[in-house]
Design a protein around this ligand. Structure first.
Ligand code: 0WD
Length: 257
């Protein structure tokens, strides 16, 4: 039997075939899970729908996490169609370019709040809506988000996303504590740098990739399938005692100076 056979999961954050969320969705599907997929807007739908169809997604819906009604509708459809949910992946981030490209000390209040809202608080909102659906299963369920090492150390040009990811990682620990009694597990994946649309907003990203390859103990950079493999394990029953973690998949980069 495949490790996720019979499980149902929601994947938020596929923009195109380079997205980390797509690597995870493929891994979940390959392990036997049924996957609901969202796309940000009409423009994104063009790229996301064909991918969702490749993995036979029975639920393909729009979701801009800033739109509370859209998020409520999504979870309602999931509840009606599936009667429950086993896991979800939140793989989204956003910061306005002018704030991302400046010094953190100059970041505007509006930019900071928007980055926090989309990249961090949206995970809490999703957890709250998912909670009653996850509780319907015998063994709780699992929530995953995606963070980056720039939360911990100052990474050139990561800017305001550093403090935002630090808040996200802390939120993971508090959510794990809040939801643990219901056996709902909460973890963050922390991949090394990967060339995606989100990454293209970071200045000198090529340099970050080169440095990761040069310094990481394994002298490699990871791909979306490597992140997918970790995500597949973390949402599986085999990971039932793993919660509140930041799980690195970065060829060891975070361990070296
Ligand atoms: O090196 C990297 N690429 C790393 C990314 C290393 C470590 C972590 N991450 C994180 C990112 O910070 C993010 O949290 O992984 C997550 C996924 O990012 P990604 O796969 O690198 O990037 P991408 O394929 O662009 O997916 C992020 C998507 C958005 O894409 P665009 O390109 O349109 O910004 O997040 C989605 C959107 O699809 N997104 C939203 N979804 C719903 N509502 C919203 C929103 N308001 N804003 C952005």
């Amino acid at each position: 039997m495949k490790s996720l056979e019979g499980k149902k999961g929601l994947v938020v954050g596929i923009a195109n075939e380079h997205s980390i969320a797509w690597g995870c969705a493929k891994a979940f599907h390959g392990a036997g899970a049924e996957i609901a997929v969202t796309y940000l807007n009409e423009k994104a739908e063009r790229f996301v729908r064909p991918l969702a169809e490749q993995i036979n997604s029975p639920i393909i819906l729009p979701l801009d996490v800033q739109d509370d009604q859209q998020m409520a509708d999504l979870f309602e459809v999931i509840g009606e169609s599936w009667g429950g949910l086993d896991f979800l992946l939140h793989s989204i981030a956003f910061a306005p370019m002018e704030d991302l490209h400046g010094r953190v000390v100059d970041c505007s209040r509006e930019g900071f709040l928007k980055a926090m809202d989309i990249s961090c608080h949206s995970f809490l909102r999703m957890a709250r809506l998912a909670e009653p659906l996850l509780k319907r299963g015998d063994d709780g369920g699992s929530l995953l988000t995606v963070t980056y090492y720039g939360s911990e150390k100052v990474v050139p040009h990561y800017g305001v996303m550093g403090p935002v990811k630090a808040a996200l990682e802390s939120a993971v620990r508090y959510l794990a504590s809040d939801l643990g009694n219901d056996r709902i597990r909460v973890n963050a994946l922390s991949p090394g740098p990967l060339m995606t649309r989100a990454a293209s907003g970071i200045r000198d990203f090529e340099q970050l990739l080169a440095e990761a390859r040069a310094k990481a103990p394994e002298h490699e950079v990871v791909g979306i399938d490597d992140v997918g493999a970790l995500a597949r394990f973390l949402v599986s029953d085999e990971a039932r005692f793993i919660t509140g973690n930041v799980a690195y998949v970065d060829a060891g980069f975070h361990t070296v100076l």
